[in-house]
Design a protein around this ligand. Structure first.
Ligand code: FE2
Length: 256
């Protein structure tokens, strides 16, 4: 499996605070079958023009520190998770230091209150500039619905579901499963912040809910296309079959 979204560079954002904590998480990932991890600290698009070079330098220093204490596996690559508080500056779209592993793919997120049409416009601008935006965890947004996300994909974006949220009996979990059920999800990622979230959680859940046929596509094949700068392929629609216990739990867990 390949994880293209995590916050394991030490003490650089709200993720892991130390090399030691990151090393524990990375060792667990390796034991679970994760071969590659892209380290994606937060970056605001509004700061890229003035502070982009400094952000890249900070990231490199944290990476050098991490590599001195990280386990031999998984392999590590660099990226950013870019908050599109403003549209991404055109210059930065030609600068692959801001993409995932130097590829054509840029991991992006929006403020929680994002308006779907604004997002579609911004994503389309990126796609016209020749890069592929990957929308991180769209299930977080109140505006997230299959029609909105279909529009984002038509604008050239690809979609990353949060591997742990996918398993939850919450509104966000339901939104993530609805996207999967309509064939609108492209990859899973852990978005680990030095905690217990992992791709393996989502993969196991899908195996146990009659969606095993899409696990390799979501966790290995399409994430592999990102780190090798190849083309992704569409993941078939997959309907999570929930037992009565999880449906019952969902009645009492509508938040988050
Ligand atoms: Fe993140």
């Amino acid at each position: 499996m390949i994880d293209t979204h995590c916050h394991l560079l030490p003490a650089i954002d709200d993720g892991s605070p130390s090399v030691e904590q990151s090393a524990v998480v990375l060792s667990l990932f390796a034991a679970q079958g994760v071969t590659d991890v892209v380290l994606t600290p937060h970056l605001n698009a509004s700061t890229v023009s003035a502070d982009g070079d400094a952000a890249v330098a900070r990231r490199q220093r944290a990476f050098d520190e991490l590599t001195r204490g990280a386990p031999a596996a998984p392999r590590l690559a660099l990226g950013f998770e870019i908050m599109l508080d403003v549209p991404m500056p055109a210059l930065a779209l030609g600068d692959r230091r801001f993409s995932l592993a130097g590829s054509r793919y840029y991991l992006v997120e929006f403020p929680l209150s994002v308006v779907p049409q604004f997002a579609a416009t911004v994503l389309h601008q990126m796609s016209r500039a020749g890069v592929v935006p990957i929308v991180a965890h769209p299930e977080r947004y109140d505006a997230c619905s299959p029609p909105a996300v279909r529009q984002w994909r038509q604008a050239g974006a690809r979609v990353q579901l949060d591997a742990t949220t996918l398993t939850r009996p919450t509104t966000r979990g339901q939104r993530a499963r609805a996207l999967l059920a309509e064939g609108l999800a492209d990859i899973l990622a852990a978005d680990n912040h030095g905690d217990r979230r992992s791709l393996a959680t989502g993969a196991q859940y899908l195996q146990e809910h009659q969606c095993g046929s899409v696990v390799e596509h979501l966790t290995t094949r399409n994430p592999g296309a990102i780190v090798s700068d190849g083309a992704m392929t569409d993941v078939p629609a997959a309907n999570v079959v929930e037992g009565w216990m999880s449906r019952f739990a969902g009645l009492f867990n509508r938040q988050s």
